[in-house]
Design a protein around this ligand. Structure first.
Ligand code: GDP
Length: 365
């Protein structure tokens, strides 16, 4: 799962990305991740893994991870292919969701490309480029589908109606995600692969003082929140500078520093957790002496497909899953005790996995 970090120049993207790579997980341990200079890999904080590690004393603890891609280089006119525009857009196409960094701090030493701090204008500048790119796609597809509609097939008629609706929204300068969609339309939207259909988290980069002194007083954040709400997105205040400082600290120092700031969790941890949610992800857990591990699945995934995350053979030869809720397992103290109490369930092919299920898959080879 990949998130792209976007934003205008000088808003704090690189600062945040530095924090991500410094605090980031050692990429060698995650062979399934992309390893490129503009990709940072971050472990998803999960206290449950520490608890399971105390129970199993495993050789290895493996967290779920999220990849952040630093997508720099957006300039006005990107959708018309100016500057690094096209490359920028193709990078965005490859991510599952977007973290849009917005400058919400005053600092006369840091030049703003537009001459002043104005979160709404900044967000609209970037969103407009994405909207233009989407509009072009929608118009092309509309031409094609209108021709196909002459065959009389109903599905083309439905698609044309949907594309017309999309076009209207985009032409009004709004992202596709601001439309409420039926399941059928959502599938179509995904197929068309629209940039503005991707979920967005607005990261409001506030000054260090703001962060300590109460974010409620930051007017920029308030304005940004209104905008986000209008398209069903969320805002997360973060201080890229503080995160950069924190990420350079050793774990004990980090806790001390957080205590000093009066916060119990780093912004990066919050960002990662929120991103996980934004993508509709949950984790199931496996525990044994070799390894305690969290596995990422989309909410709603059934047991065989979840097993397939470990190995395709697990999915093909799936027989059943032995499942115990994390809380039940901890409460009982051992797997055997949980089984004795009847808390280890045997689930079949139709079982929908829950966050925090501790699982043992049974399968044929
Ligand atoms: P990018 O162009 O979006 O990648 O922006 P950078 O991360 O390079 O940041 C641009 C400048 O703003 C750098 O000099 C940063 O040190 C500074 N900066 C970033 N975040 C903050 C912040 O929260 N407060 C202040 N005062 N400066 C910041």
């Amino acid at each position: 799962m990949k998130l792209g970090i976007v934003g205008l120049p000088n808003v704090g993207k690189s600062t945040l990305f530095n924090a991500i790579t410094q605090a980031g997980a050692e990429s060698a341990n995650y062979p399934f991740c992309t390893i490129e200079p503009n990709v940072g890999i971050v472990a998803v904080p999960d206290e449950r893994l520490n608890v399971l590690a105390e129970m199993y004393h495993p050789q290895k603890v493996t967290h779920a991870v999220i990849e952040f891609v630093d997508i720099a280089g957006l300039v006005k006119g990107a959708s018309r292919g100016e500057g690094l525009g096209n490359k920028f857009l193709s990078h965005i196409r490859q991510v599952d969701a977007i973290v849009h960094v917005v400058r919400c701090f005053d600092d006369s030493n840091i030049i703003h490309v537009e001459g002043s701090v104005d979160p709404v204008r900044d967000v609209e500048t970037i969103n407009l480029e994405l909207i233009f790119a989407d509009l072009e796609m929608v118009e092309k597809r509309l031409d094609k589908t209108r021709k196909l509609m002459k065959s009389g097939e109903k599905k083309y008629k439905i698609e044309v109606e949907f594309l017309e609706k999309l076009k209207e929204v985009l032409e009004a300068g709004k992202p596709a995600r601001s439309l409420a969609l039926s399941d059928e339309e959502e599938e179509l939207a995904r197929e068309i692969d629209l940039l503005t259909f991707k979920p967005v988290l607005y990261a409001a980069n506030v000054g260090e003082d703001d962060f300590a002194g109460g974010i409620e007083n930051n007017e920029y954040v308030k304005i940004l929140e209104e905008l986000a709400e209008s398209e069903g997105s969320e805002v997360m205040p973060i201080s890229a500078k503080i995160e950069e400082d924190i990420s350079a600290l050793e774990p004990e120092e980090k806790q001390e520093y957080l205590d000093e700031l009066g916060i119990n969790e780093s912004g990066l941890d919050r960002l990662v957790k929120k991103s996980y949610k934004l993508l509709g992800l949950i984790s199931y857990l496996t525990a044994g002496e070799p390894e305690v591990r969290a596995w990422t699945i989309t909410a709603g995934t059934k047991a065989p497909q979840a097993a397939g995350k470990i190995h395709t053979d697990f999915e093909k030869g799936f027989i059943r899953a032995e499942v115990v809720r994390f809380q039940d397992l901890i409460h009982c103290g051992t797997y055997a005790a949980a089984r004795e109490k009847g808390l280890v369930r045997s689930e079949g092919k139709e079982y929908v996995m829950c966050d925090g299920d501790v699982v043992l898959f049974r399968f044929n080879v």
